[in-house]
Ligand binder design. Structure first.
Ligand code: SF4
Length: 347
């Protein structure tokens, strides 16, 4: 028996055409689209403004693939981590990070990751597949519900900082952003969405041309090629020169400040020369640096530098007029912190 097609792979136009092709009115396509995205229903039976016959006909032809939150863990600091089961049984993780005023969703874009950063737990999973736009969208919907439930407010921000390299799943990530920001979807402002990349120059240029109005964050971790290649081996092929020129292009097109994510590790990037190189790298476009607390993964090869070094970074960046924040990790007790997402909860 042929597998039924996932109805959410159809655009609104395609749904409208489908109805006209079977001799029915096109607006039925709009109704179905609204049920699928704005109302996120999982069953054709819930589409109560369609006739029984129409619902049965859709169920006969299509399925509605959707994610299932297999396990939800809540950290002592309020962070929530979802282990999300996809329709084919694979698992990704997504995280809700609440502060006093904000609820930020951190979503995954791939099962595993295409890249091989040495310090990252996700890298060990290897890339199994890209997530579809609806699978990214559904993570946001699930976290939005949890934010309303636990904190009485909708999501305020979304970051593509979970498992995977979003720009290596470019088309689906862009489509997910379009759905999240569309009035037919969640209607969120793109300014509240940050795409966090490890730095894929060709795709940063493409994103600049896309005109999405999202923010860009780059996991930099070193502004010295040899060191960056040691910790992020893909840097050998996509080096800092190429990254810099793609970011210059990004800024020239978007006029949007670039955020650099940066972890300081003992014996790796904790010297004065590392700080100087970072300051130099921040000069060509308005930049902000997030110094992120590192959460060791089990092999203990990478250890966060001590507070004195972090203070030296902050002082030097600030005295050069560069905005810097020190990010304390959230959700450590449930392995939900940055770089820790590795499907441990369901392993
Ligand atoms: S840090 Fe990001 S890009 Fe690097 S391996 Fe981990 S998930 Fe992939």
């Amino acid at each position: 028996m042929a597998l039924k097609k996932d109805i959410r792979s159809l655009s609104k136009e395609e749904l409208r055409s489908f109805f006209t092709s079977i001799g029915q009115q096109a607006y039925r396509g709009n109704q179905v689209y609204e049920w699928l995205w704005k109302k996120s229903v999982h069953s054709f039976d819930d589409m109560t403004n369609l006739t029984k016959e129409q619902r049965a006909m859709l169920a006969d032809k299509y399925v509605i693939n959707h994610i299932r939150v297999d396990q939800m863990q809540r950290s002592s600091d309020g962070t929530v981590k979802n282990a999300v089961r996809l329709h084919d049984g694979l698992i990704v993780e997504s995280v809700l990070i609440p502060t006093d005023t904000r609820s930020t969703a951190c979503v995954s874009s791939q099962v595993g990751c295409s890249l091989d950063c040495k310090f990252c737990a996700t890298a060990r999973l290897k890339r199994m597949r890209n997530l579809n736009p609806d699978e990214i969208y559904d993570q946001v919907v699930a976290l939005d519900k949890e934010s309303r439930h636990f904190y009485g407010r909708p999501l305020s921000n979304i970051v593509f900082m979970g498992m995977g390299e979003p720009l290596m799943n470019y088309k689906n990530v862009v489509q997910a952003v379009n759905l999240i920001t569309s009035d037919d979807g969640l209607g969120m402002s793109p300014k509240r969405i940050t795409i966090s990349t490890s730095g894929v120059p060709k795709m940063i240029r493409q994103l600049a041309d896309e005109g999405l109005k999202v923010k860009l964050a780059v996991s930099l971790h070193s502004a010295i090629d040899d060191i960056r290649t040691e910790i992020m081996p893909f840097n050998a092929k996509m080096d800092l020169g190429q990254l810099r020129s793609s970011l210059e292009y990004w800024y020239s097109k978007t006029k949007s400040r670039i955020t650099y994510e940066y972890v300081v590790w003992e014996g790796i990037n904790d010297k004065g020369s590392d700080i100087e190189a970072l300051i130099e790298f921040c000069r060509f476009a308005p930049a902000k640096v997030n110094l992120i607390e590192y959460n060791p993964i089990d092999d203990g090869l990478y250890v966060q530098a001590d507070d004195q070094v972090i203070k030296a970074y902050v002082k030097a960046l600030e005295s050069n007029g560069i905005t810097v924040t020190v990010r304390r990790s959230r959700g450590k007790d449930i392995d939900a912190a940055c770089g820790q997402l590795a499907n441990k909860s369901t392993a």
